[in-house]
Design a protein around this ligand. Structure first.
Ligand code: GDP
Ligand code: ZN
Length: 333
């Protein structure tokens, strides 16, 4: 006689009943259990505790779970998150690769450092400072020389950056400004907007640069729905619009762009003198080849960096490097 219990699972009678009886039984007897459906997405906006999360093109307005508050973690625009689509809540935040302070945006891939060819005049010192900050934050940089229609003379001032390996694009919005927003695609090929857009593809970008160089105009030209306010910064500040607004991520082709310019030259402070050489990409192939292992490439002899000045390194860039190093050393004394 067989006494041992069967180990295999035999379907119970209730499952063997016909389908319609089973469905009816389910409706009356079984409490509906909503399974959590999780998705991953990108926070594109955050106002008053409500976060806009884009998951594969679908938009969810979510709140953050209390657990974040307890841990004193705030979700930021740019965060990659896991959400529960039933509760519309943010369940998890992926580790950030970087974090910009102004505007508060996480995971920036690339900064479009914008300078004007004129009005205001091209400022190499400020450009170098912004490039150094970007490199220090681990963010790729693209240099955009806007207002190229106002450029007179040669491109000599831009050559050190091309030699250093930075992507450099010259743009002009003169035609866009004259003809409002519905500019023809062929114009955008000629005026550099097309090239800039392709450099921004597939990345989370932020603009940086002094006021008046045309950052807002560029964002409008790239993303016609952006509707950025153009013009005198003092007027904008008086209206208070740009001082209080929250940063938002806008879709740009296959990439994204933050609608508020970021970075300030103040953020270069605090970088130690010995870190600067690695923030100048054209120095990188020669780092480690100096006679003294602690060479700061200033007054030392047999310095591989100094030997390249006038060759693989432009004098103006080396001088700019020295400026940072000496200032950092003074600051640390
Ligand atoms: P932002 O402060 O960097 O955001 O600069 P804005 O976008 O507000 O532009 C400042 C001024 O420069 C505005 O009057 C624009 O119309 C003008 N502007 C922007 N881009 C160009 C350009 O490519 N060429 C010329 N000539 N003017 C421009
Ligand atoms: Zn050296």
């Amino acid at each position: 006689m067989l006494t041992a219990k069967p180990t295999t699972c035999i379907p119970s009678k209730s499952i063997l009943m016909n389908r319609s009886t089973y469905d009816a039984k389910l409706k009356t007897e079984v409490q509906p259990v909503t399974k959590p459906v999780t998705k991953t997405g990108l926070i594109t906006k955050g106002v008053g505790g409500e976060y806009t999360v884009v998951c594969d093109g679908d938009i969810y307005i979510c709140t953050a779970r209390g657990v974040f508050r307890n841990r004193q973690v705030t979700p930021f625009v740019g965060d990659h998150v896991t959400i529960d689509t039933n509760k519309c809540s943010i369940e998890d935040i992926s580790p950030r690769k970087n974090m910009l302070r102004r505007p508060p945006v996480a995971n920036i891939d690339q900064v479009i450092i914008t300078m004007a060819a004129a009005q205001p005049a091209f400022n190499a010192g400020l450009l170098d400072k912004l490039l150094v900050i970007a490199a220090h934050e681990g963010i790729d940089a693209v240099i955009c020389i806007n207002k190229y229609d106002l450029h007179v003379g040669s491109d000599a001032a831009f050559l050190p950056y091309i030699l250093a390996g930075y992507p450099l694009v010259k743009t002009s919005l003169e035609q866009n400004i004259k003809e409002s927003k519905n500019i023809k695609e062929s114009e955008n090929v000629k005026n550099g907007i097309h090239e800039l857009k392709s450099l921004m593809d597939g990345k989370l970008n932020v603009f940086a640069g002094p006021s008046g160089v045309g950052k807002s105009s560029l964002i409008n030209a790239l993303i016609p729905s952006a509707d950025m306010e153009i013009g005198d910064i003092s007027v904008r500040l008086r209206r208070g619009k740009h001082t209080t607004r929250h940063a938002e991520i806008l879709t740009l082709g296959a990439g994204y762009c933050v609608d508020t310019p970021g970075f300030s030259s103040l953020e270069a402070e605090g970088i130690p003198a010995e870190d600067y050489a690695a923030l100048f990409p054209e120095f990188l192939p020669f780092i480690g080849q100096c006679k003294f292992s602690d060479c700061i490439h200033d007054r030392e002899t047999h310095c591989a960096i100094k030997e390249q000045v006038g060759n693989a390194i432009y004098l103006v860039r080396y001088q700019s490097y020295l400026g940072f190093v000496r200032k950092a050393r003074e600051g640390s004394r």
